[in-house]
Design a protein around this ligand. Structure first.
Ligand SMILES: C[S@@+](CC[C@H](N)C(=O)[O-])C[C@H]1O[C@@H](n2cnc3c(N)ncnc32)[C@H](O)[C@@H]1O
Length: 314
């Protein structure tokens, strides 16, 4: 989103119309956006809220929090919280919001400003310090981690979080390279991977999955997601909507499994006319997974792999 004063770096919100429709916005409702980014989705939610509505936006990246548009900051319906989605339940508890949310949005992964700033270290395009932390104030940078990680552990991370078939070869190449010179920059890592494995698909850099794997691992992204999904059961009011946009199969698989299980009647009561209240599934599925249209992908290539799943608290 670009603020009117031009103060915000650009991030085009993905599947915006589908998200707004999926949230089924109640003007007086209380909403949470767990992944504020540059506030593209948040701004559209706020536009649809009355003076009685409320939006709590969360981001773990201090740069995202610092980039909040002054007009938003002044809006009494809006609050920005620097935190992780693994702590969503606590954020709700502190505001007495358990069972009260009308909607929760998670638009996972990294934002364009994070990807486009070489110094954040997320991208193999350009050259910058190999950091990759969404919150650079905690944890270890990718460069520090790569300096000491064992080859076997590195291979497992590349395989598990990047589904990288050449994980063994890449891990070996990184360990051999760092013995000669520390791997400190994104260009160093991209070049090591490119020299170790051939490009498989034209237009796809051979280090794509390596960067994805290290980022997911260092930011603990899958556990963060699982904790946020669990919290949604306690946070949402009946009729409240959970909307999750994921960008790769590791995330989407978890979202799909969570929603499917949460919407499933317990086996013992399946097909029976009534289910005791405490045995009823907490969610119902709302439609199937949605992807971006050809036009949206053309205008915003980040939307290419986006998948939106929606469930409603019952
Ligand atoms: C894809 S962007 C969201 C873009 C946003 N919907 C918009 O329209 O501007 C993801 C954002 O969520 C944040 N994020 C990712 N994982 C997070 C987590 N586990 N906890 C808190 N924030 C997270 C990132 O720092 C990034 O700013």
């Amino acid at each position: 989103m670009n603020g009117e004063d031009g103060s915000q770096q650009s991030h085009t919100p993905v599947l915006l119309r589908a998200v707004i429709a999926g949230l089924n916005i109640q003007p007086d409702g209380c909403y949470m956006d767990g992944t504020f980014g540059r506030g593209g989705h948040s701004s559209e939610i706020l536009k649809r809220l009355s003076s009685g509505g409320r939006l709590i936006a969360i981001d773990r990246d201090p740069a995202a929090v610092a980039a909040v548009n002054p007009a938003l900051e002044r809006d009494p319906r809006f609050e920005i919280v620097k935190d992780e989605i693994a702590n969503l339940r606590q954020v709700g508890v502190e505001r007495n919001l358990l069972g009260k949310l009308a909607g929760l949005l998670l638009d996972l992964g990294v934002s364009s400003p994070q990807l486009d700033d070489p110094e954040r270290g997320f991208s193999f395009r350009g050259d910058g310090l190999l950091d990759m932390r969404m919150d650079p104030t905690t944890g270890v940078s990718a460069a520090a981690w790569l300096a000491t990680v064992g080859e076997k552990e590195l291979m497992k991370v590349l395989f598990r979080f990047g589904e990288e078939r050449s994980a063994g070869r890449i891990a070996k190449a990184i360990v051999a390279a760092r013995a000669k010179k520390p791997v400190l920059r994104t260009r160093d890592l991209a070049d090591i991977v490119a020299a170790a494995v051939p490009a498989r698909r034209p237009g796809k850099h051979p280090a794509t999955k390596t960067f994805q794997a290290i980022r997911i691992y260092l930011n603990d992204e899958l556990r963060q997601l699982e904790r946020a999904l669990d919290a949604s059961v306690d946070l949402l009011a009946p009729g409240g909507r959970l909307c999750v946009i994921s960008f790769h199969s590791l995330e989407d698989r978890r979202v799909k499994r969570f929603m499917r299980n949460a919407a499933r009647e317990p086996e013992a009561y399946r097909g029976l006319p009534s289910i005791p209240e405490d045995q009823r599934p907490p969610f119902r599925l709302v439609g199937k997974a949605q992807t971006a249209s050809v036009d949206e992908v053309r205008a915003n290539p980040r939307a290419r792999s986006a998948r939106l799943r929606i469930a409603e608290r019952v």
